[in-house]
Design a protein around this ligand. Structure first.
Ligand SMILES: *[C@@H]1O[C@H](CO)[C@@H](O)[C@H](O)[C@H]1NC(C)=O
Ligand SMILES: *[C@@H]1O[C@H](CO)[C@@H](O)[C@H](O)[C@H]1NC(C)=O
Ligand SMILES: *[C@@H]1O[C@H](CO)[C@@H](O)[C@H](O)[C@H]1NC(C)=O
Length: 412
């Protein structure tokens, strides 16, 4: 493995051997002949190259991720720009005999090339124009570098959205050769790949590249009992959640705070009701946007869905409570107005602001007469007050408990 790394690293560092253009031309022709390219020698070029000590041809692969172009949560796919280097053994030559030539580019169609496919691929495009050449190295390797734009299927669990990270596999496997004919190995180890990928990483978008792991696996075709060698690149990416936090989570939290504060609105009950109604509508707009982003998966509802629904339900309940309290107050006011038209006392001025201050509502019923109607007047308004206070306390406790449980789930 180390030798291959060395061989690939030494490309371009040719000996400073003095060769006249004429000699260089001759050497080029000689090398082409030596490699069997002039006669299109099938045995030398078109057959799977065999190496000593093994029946299988080792294929060496490096895959660097240079951009994350798109992550589609709904389609469960990942689009990346990758650089893939594939190398496999070939004839070596003594470079001192050929004017110090270490590399030799030759038409790709003349050569046998490994049929490495990507198992998760939905769509593969060449990131640049496909090179019609492969590079031969004097150390006995053929290398081909491809820039690919890959769209691969990736199972994404959005439970923690927007604080989520995903691991997507890119599985390389030959489509026609079994493990006895082709083995696939990495050139650079996982740490090197990760480091290099981060170095050449082009995009600074929503997704951050965390790590690329490389593992080997064997794929068995059931009917034949045929085994195929696989090399799996596991790409771990993490979402940058700040924008979603500010745009999606903070406003809804503020709506909830506003809803709690609306208990302090001191005025006609209908004002309060329409205010809360507006909050509910605002949240439903956010729910619609969220629906566009998240897929509907059967197994687990994303936490953000729970966050929205519970806040929606809480505000709904608080609207119901406001309606109930309004009803009770209206009943109290009704009784009082009957009362006040009947009795003319010096405390009548408090009638104008019936359902506002507890003191004034108490005043309303303060007159010395102790008949039945007065008692019910005091009763209804009081009940409304008590329900309001108890509900507010329960409401705040529920919100605190809910948010802390959700926070725990999100951070776990
Ligand atoms: C390469 O060729 C040169 C000159 O013919 C010779 O001196 C040298 O030993 C050869 N090297 C190898 C590794 O065969
Ligand atoms: C990715 O590859 C690893 C290693 O073989 C495997 O354990 C995991 O299940 C694969 N993930 C998917 C989504 O196929
Ligand atoms: C990748 O490798 C590192 C170090 O061996 C390990 O901690 C991590 O869990 C691996 N990631 C995946 C997705 O397997």
């Amino acid at each position: 493995m180390y030798l291959i790394m060395l061989a690939l690293a030494s490309i371009g560092l040719s000996d400073a051997e003095a060769c006249s253009p004429e000699e260089y031309y001759q050497a080029n022709m000689a090398l082409s002949q030596y490699l069997g390219l002039d006669k299109n020698d099938n045995e030398k070029t078109k057959m799977r190259p065999l190496v000593y000590r093994s029946t299988a041809t080792p294929i060496y692969v490096d895959l660097y991720v240079s951009s994350i172009i798109n992550v589609d949560e709904k389609a469960q796919s990942l689009t990346t720009q990758v650089k893939m280097i594939t190398a496999w053994p070939k004839m070596r030559w003594n470079k001192t005999m050929f004017c110090g030539m270490e590399t030799f580019a030759a038409p790709k169609y003349l050569f046998w090339t490994p049929d490495i496919g990507i198992m998760e691929s939905i769509k593969t495009d060449f990131g640049t124009k496909e090179s019609p050449y492969v590079m031969l190295l004097s150390s006995g390797l053929v290398a081909s570098a491809d820039f690919l734009s890959l769209t691969t299927a990736c199972k994404m669990n959005l439970y923690r959205f927007p604080f989520d990270s995903h691991t997507c596999n890119i599985t390389l496997q030959s489509t026609a050769y079994s493990i006895h004919e082709i083995t696939i190995d990495e050139i650079t180890n996982a740490n090197g790949i990760t480091l290099k990928s981060k170095e050449i990483f082009q995009t600074q978008g929503e997704w951050e590249l965390i790590r690329i792991n490389v593992t080997k696996a064997i794929f068995t075709i059931i009917i034949e009992g045929l085994k195929m060698d696989q090399l799996i690149y596991q790409i771990t990416i993490k979402r940058r959640p700040l924008l979603y936090f500010i745009n999606f989570m903070l406003p809804v939290f503020l709506f909830l705070v506003l809803d709690v504060m609306s208990f302090c609105i001191d005025g006609r009950g209908t004002d309060k009701l329409s205010f809360k109604m507006t909050l509910l509508l605002a949240i439903s707009v956010f729910l619609l946007i969220l629906n566009d982003i998240l897929p509907s998966t059967a197994d687990q509802i994303p936490l953000i869905g729970i966050y929205y629904s519970v806040i929606f339900i809480l505000i709904g309940i608080s609207i119901l409570e406001t309606i109930l309290v309004n009803l009770l107050k209206a009943k109290g006011a009704e009784k009082r107005s009957v009362e006040t038209t009947a009795t003319v006392t010096d405390q009548d001025d408090s009638v104008s602001d019936l359902n506002e201050e507890p003191s004034s509502t108490l005043n309303c019923c303060a007159p010395v007469q102790q008949n039945q109607q007065e008692k019910t007047c005091l009763g209804w308004t009081r009940v409304a007050r008590i329900i309001d206070v108890i509900f507010l306390i329960l409401y705040i406790i529920t919100i605190i408990v809910f948010l802390s449980v959700l926070g725990k789930l999100w951070s776990s």
